[in-house]
Structures are given as C-alpha cells and as structure tokens.
Design a protein around this ligand. Structure first.
Ligand code: SF4
Length: 324
C-alpha cells in the first residue's frame, strides 16, 4: 500500500491516490471548512471498494469494479491522513467526521463494520462522527443490522450520520438513478424508524436533483416521519458519466433550492431541507469520485486527461517534504 499522488495543497480539500497492490488504486480525501481550522472541524472521506458494481449514472466510481478493500486497506487511508496532519498520540480535533463515501457502496463491504467497531479504540480521538452514505442495496440486511448494533455500542447521542441516497421518489425513475436491486422507500422508512433513538441525528435522504419531479412531497409525506428523516439536496456533479448521460443540476444555488415548490411544501409539512452546495473550489477538487483513479489505471497516467479538474502532483516528489 502506498500513496502515489495528491492534488496540490489547498485550504479546502486534498485528494490522495494510493496503490493497494495488483494495480488497484483508490482515492481518499481530507477537507476542512475555512475559516474554521482543522482543529475545529476536519472531514476525511474514504474509499471502501475498488470501483463500484452499482454503476449510478452520475458517478465515475461506477464500473471497473475490482473487489472490496480489506479493513487494513481502509485503515491505511485514515492513518495516512492522520499521520500527515496530526502526528500526535491523541487526536484533538473538536469535530472529526469520517465519511465512508468516496469510492464504493459501503453496505457491500463488511470490512466497513470492522473499521467502525475499532474506531474509538484505535483512533484515540475525541468526538468522532462516522458517516455512512448508502443506496441500501438489497441483500445487505446483515450489514444494516450490525450497523445499528455498532451505532448503539459506540456512537449514540448524535455521533453517527446515516444517509440514504434516494435520488427519486418514483420507483421506476429511481431504478435509472440507482441501477441495482435496493430497498424500496417503505423498507428505508422502517429501518430508519428502528435506527434513530432519542438523541441521535436524523437520517438524511439525499436527492441529486436534475429535475424537480424527482422529489414528490406527497410520496415523502406518506413514507417518512419528519422527526426521523431530513431531506438533503445536492447538485449533480459534473462527472464524466454525468456528462455522457447529459445530466445537469437543476440548480446550484442554495436559495433557489429552498424556493422550489417541492421544498417549500416539504418545509411547510415540518421537514428540514438541507441544500448541500459546498464551495465551488471544493467541488472542483474533491467531488468527482473516481476521476483520479481512472487516470492512474491508464497505462501512462502522466499526460493530463480532460477528467482532471485540479492539478495533481506525484506523491514521490513531495513525500520527503512531509515525512522527513
Ligand atoms: S454513487 Fe455510490 S453506489 Fe452509485 S456507483 Fe457511485 S459509489 Fe457506487
């Protein structure tokens, strides 16, 4: 396992690429929210699969699936970032978010549960908040049962974030956005009701909106309790796959999201709406999962390819600077 490249230094986000053996690469990311220093809030985003078998039409991690990462390969990403930015025994970050959301659907890899179980002991940090973002693949019921148990053991009282990527309330259209067998909305609602206990965070239902039609307030209202679920609206990122599929964001402005008739209706019914637009530079650097890895899986990754949205440097050029 070794880091082979990273994007150039940035105040917002840095993407790292690591080779895990047998020519398999993953990406992982660290980011913060200026002006807040990393000590106050630090976010790391980890990969859990080599590619992804789900193949969502707006995600460059889809296709090219080459298996699951082991728990140690996931830990390698986390410990590389920790050693780089906080090489001390006790991690003093006030809010440390660890997102299993870069490359790969987490519910397809039981090693994610092993890592979650070990986090409090092995990381020696305060206020760890793991975030699992999933499309709820059918057949992953044992994963979700154990996820609830791990949350109860280690991450109660608002220290766990669970997100279901729903993308469309219409079942047929949802099959386009998530082209794999998955829980329907009733199953997601039922699990969420069991998952959230007093003091826990609400579960996020994420929609990448290309059309307002994707979000039907009537269907949301019939399935999801606003005391347990909140609605997050994200842009459709400008990935290679999104461009190939001619998908563009309905809006990239937080104000206009809240002003959409569907969002206004949901707010009137008591739902919290979270427009998640992020910093433009952060989007350029960090959002397009799989683009950097795609370049490194080519035989000669050195010439820049159009997929790159941000300059990349070879890790070997910089390693001495950081680790000497
Ligand atoms: S969005 Fe998630 S589930 Fe869909 S292809 Fe990408 S990594 Fe896989």
């Amino acid at each position: 396992m070794k880091v082979t490249a990273k994007t150039i230094d940035s105040d917002l986000a840095t993407v790292f690429v690591a080779e895990m053996g047998a020519g398999r690469y993953v990406e992982f990311v660290e980011s913060r929210q200026p002006p807040r220093p990393r000590l106050e809030k630090w976010v790391v985003i980890l990969s859990v699969l080599f590619g992804c078998p789900v193949g969502c039409p707006m995600c460059d991690a889809g296709g090219h699936y080459r298996g699951r990462l082991t728990a140690e390969q996931i830990w390698f990403q986390l410990e590389t970032l920790r050693n780089l930015f906080f090489p001390v025994a006790f991690l003093p970050v006030r809010l440390f978010k660890i997102q299993f959301a870069r490359m790969g659907e987490p519910a397809l890899n039981p090693a994610v549960l092993e890592v979650l179980e070990e986090l409090p002991r092995r990381l020696n940090a305060r206020n760890i908040t793991p975030c699992v973002s999933t499309v709820a693949p059918r057949g992953s019921e044992p994963f979700f049962s154990e996820l609830l148990a791990v949350k109860e053991r280690h991450f109660q009282n608002g220290r766990f974030q669970l997100q279901f990527s729903v993308h469309d309330t219409d079942p047929l259209h949802r099959d386009y956005w998530i082209p794999a067998p998955k829980w329907d909305l009733t199953e997601i609602a039922s699990y969420g009701t069991r998952f959230v206990r007093p003091g826990d965070r609400k579960i996020t239902l994420n929609f990448a909106l290309a059309e307002e039609r994707q979000l039907d307030p009537g269907i949301i209202g019939r399935h999801f309790d606003p005391e347990i679920f909140l609605i997050k609206i994200t842009p459709v990122n400008p990935t290679i796959r999104a461009k190939q599929n001619r998908l563009t964001s309905l809006t990239t402005d937080a104000g206009s999201i809240l002003d959409l008739p569907a969002c206004r209706s949901l707010q009137a019914d008591g739902y919290e709406i979270l427009p998640s637009i992020g910093e433009l530079e952060e989007n350029r650097i960090g959002s397009n999962c799989g683009q950097y890895v795609r370049a490194f899986q080519r035989e000669d990754p050195s010439p820049p390819i159009p997929a790159y949205s941000y300059p990349v440097i070879r890790w070997t050029d910089e390693a001495e600077k950081y680790f000497s």
